[in-house]
Design a protein around this ligand. Structure first.
Ligand SMILES: *Cc1c(COP(=O)(O)O)cnc(C)c1O
Length: 242
């Protein structure tokens, strides 16, 4: 795998930020309503430092093991103002590590995961923001609550509201891979509709964050209301695995 130079990464960040601003403008939104999470899975620490130097503060990894091996215990785990996002599916036995290292967990797909993160975060005197992963693509391979399972999501959200060390602040989805634009767009719209429905059903909850959009589809996601996009290869180059 060839690693990009810091200058290349800076150029890519500027390019992605310009495209984010254009997409936001098309949707009549201010560009500062969208947070760019740099997805650093498979990339070495030097890439994280380069992106941090270029001004990014939000970073995402999808596997706890990789975070622990590559980042935890190094200086780049806690650079000033930095927030780490867990964007991959979370196993029960990894919840303690998530609570320890991450500020945001995007892929909560059952109550037990939220409870275990909260339990450990409370012990550590930490607080995490959680996003509920919803499968809006219908693909069996994707994790997350079924988009049709609104009663289940609602019931679990009610329980999560009582957890002391986590705050559910929105929803996350992944669009179908390599689909037509209309299909991708519909997946993002569906996430927004699930959010609107849940906000109507649970008075006072507030689910402002929609984490949706990756390198191939973040502009569509922003047009459809994304407040967080998760971008890896457009910043750091091709990965040898996903
Ligand atoms: C890898 C990954 C991304 C980023 O993918 P790119 O196509 O490289 O931008 C976003 N979200 C999740 C959940 C991922 O695992």
């Amino acid at each position: 795998m060839s690693v990009l130079t810091a200058a290349d990464i800076r150029t890519n960040i500027e390019d992605v930020q310009a495209r984010m601003a254009q997409a936001a403008a098309r949707a009549g939104r201010s560009p500062d309503t969208v947070t760019l999470v740099a997805v650093t899975k498979t990339f070495p620490p030097a890439c994280i430092e380069a992106a941090y130097e270029a001004g990014l503060r939000h970073f995402g990894e999808n596997r706890v093991e990789e975070f622990e091996g590559k980042i935890a215990g190094t200086a780049i785990a806690h650079l000033p103002g930095m927030t780490w996002h867990m964007i991959g599916s979370i196993q029960s036995r990894k919840t303690a590590s998530v609570a320890e290292h991450f500020g945001v967990a995007h892929s909560v797909d059952r109550f037990k995961i939220a409870r275990r993160i909260s339990d450990r975060a409370a012990e550590l005197d930490r607080r995490l923001d959680l996003l509920i992963e919803v499968n809006t693509s219908g693909e069996q391979s994707k994790h997350g609550y079924d988009a049709d399972a609104l009663d289940l999501i609602e019931a679990d959200l009610h329980q999560m509201l009582n957890l002391p060390a986590v705050r559910v602040c929105g929803l996350m989805t992944m669009a179908p891979y390599m689909a037509e634009e209309a299909v991708i767009r519909q997946a993002f719209r569906d996430l927004r509709m699930v959010r609107d429905t849940l906000e109507a059903r649970i008075p006072g909850i507030g689910l402002p964050e929609l984490s949706m959009g990756m390198s191939g589809d973040f502009e569509i996601a922003i047009e459809e209301g994304a407040t967080i996009i998760r971008v890896g290869s457009a910043l750091f180059g091709a990965r040898t695995y996903t």
